[in-house]
Design a protein around this ligand. Structure first.
Ligand SMILES: Nc1ncnc2c1ncn2[C@@H]1O[C@H](COP(=O)(O)OP(=O)(O)OP(=O)(O)O)[C@@H](O)[C@H]1O
Ligand SMILES: [Mg+2]
Length: 240
């Protein structure tokens, strides 16, 4: 995907821009990392992106300082009383709004889910994580019932090895497929570069090969994932 395909599709000319929530009550599932990788990769391609940082540890707060050339707007002052109005305001100003949720099921989470065009559920490929992903899906279904709307969701496997698929990973992927649970084909592999973007406050394009191992592979991984995301949102938009 390149900048042209961003601009040629649902990003431009639409009145209502997509809101994506990144949710899983499991602590450390990879919510904040997935949020920042997606937001910075899309921004690097020319999209304007706002992040609503609801993680109480505020790991994405530093991006507010705007050290990166491809600025991602970050709002860390989100409460359950302000989230709905802020989402409605940001979706008018930005091409994409991504909500990095806290790791507890809360009213704030429920309000974010209700406004989302897509929920990404980052999951590490372990049995306990798969169980918590099922709980996230259950929370989404509760919102769907309450608001009488469909809220599309997709599992995103995180921290998987780029070279070896473990037996547990295979079994969990099969279990999800058998249950008809949608997932991204691309995983967010375990990569030092995905930690480095937090540490250096620079996106994958701005980091230097001498600073971090495996950078080209991490860039390729981020591009495959964002490309899949944009294709999905484009299809959803066309179907709407
Ligand atoms: N793909 C990855 N490659 C390398 N490290 C990763 C990756 N994904 C997550 N991590 C690391 O795993 C830890 C937890 O990730 P992260 O903070 O993104 O999870 P989270 O779901 O947002 O956690 P919390 O529930 O605390 O908000 C962090 O130390 C992060 O650097
Ligand atoms: Mg987090």
């Amino acid at each position: 995907m390149n900048m042209g395909s961003c601009q040629g599709s649902w990003f431009i000319g639409d009145h209502v821009m997509p809101i994506i929530s990144v949710a899983n009550p499991q602590g450390g599932a990879g919510k904040s990392t997935s949020t920042l990788v997606l937001a910075t990769t899309l921004a690097q391609q020319g999209a304007s992106v706002a992040i609503l940082e609801c993680d109480p540890n505020r790991p994405i707060m530093g991006w507010k300082a705007g050290q990166s050339n491809n600025t991602v707007f970050v709002d860390c002052e989100i409460t359950e009383s302000t989230i709905t109005a802020k989402l409605d305001a940001y979706r008018k100003r930005f091409q994409l709004v991504i909500v990095d949720l806290e790791s507890t099921a809360s009213r704030l989470m429920s309000r974010a889910l209700a406004r989302s065009q897509l929920v990404i559920i980052p999951v590490q490929a372990s049995p306990n994580d798969a169980e918590l992903a099922a709980r996230t899906i259950h929370l989404i279904q509760e919102e769907e019932a309450a608001f009488e709307k469909v809220i599309p969701y997709k599992i995103l496997f995180t921290r998987t090895s780029p070279v070896i698929q473990t037996r547990i990973e295979k079994a969990i992927i099969k279990q999800l497929a058998d249950a008809g649970v949608p997932r991204f084909q691309a995983h967010l592999n375990e990569r030092a570069a995905f930690k480095a973007i937090f540490y250096h406050q620079r996106d994958l394009a701005e980091l230097d090969d001498s600073e971090v191992n495996g950078l080209p592979a991490a860039r390729d991984n981020a591009l495959r994932l964002t490309s899949e995301l944009v294709d999905l949102l484009t299809r959803e938009k066309a179907a709407a």
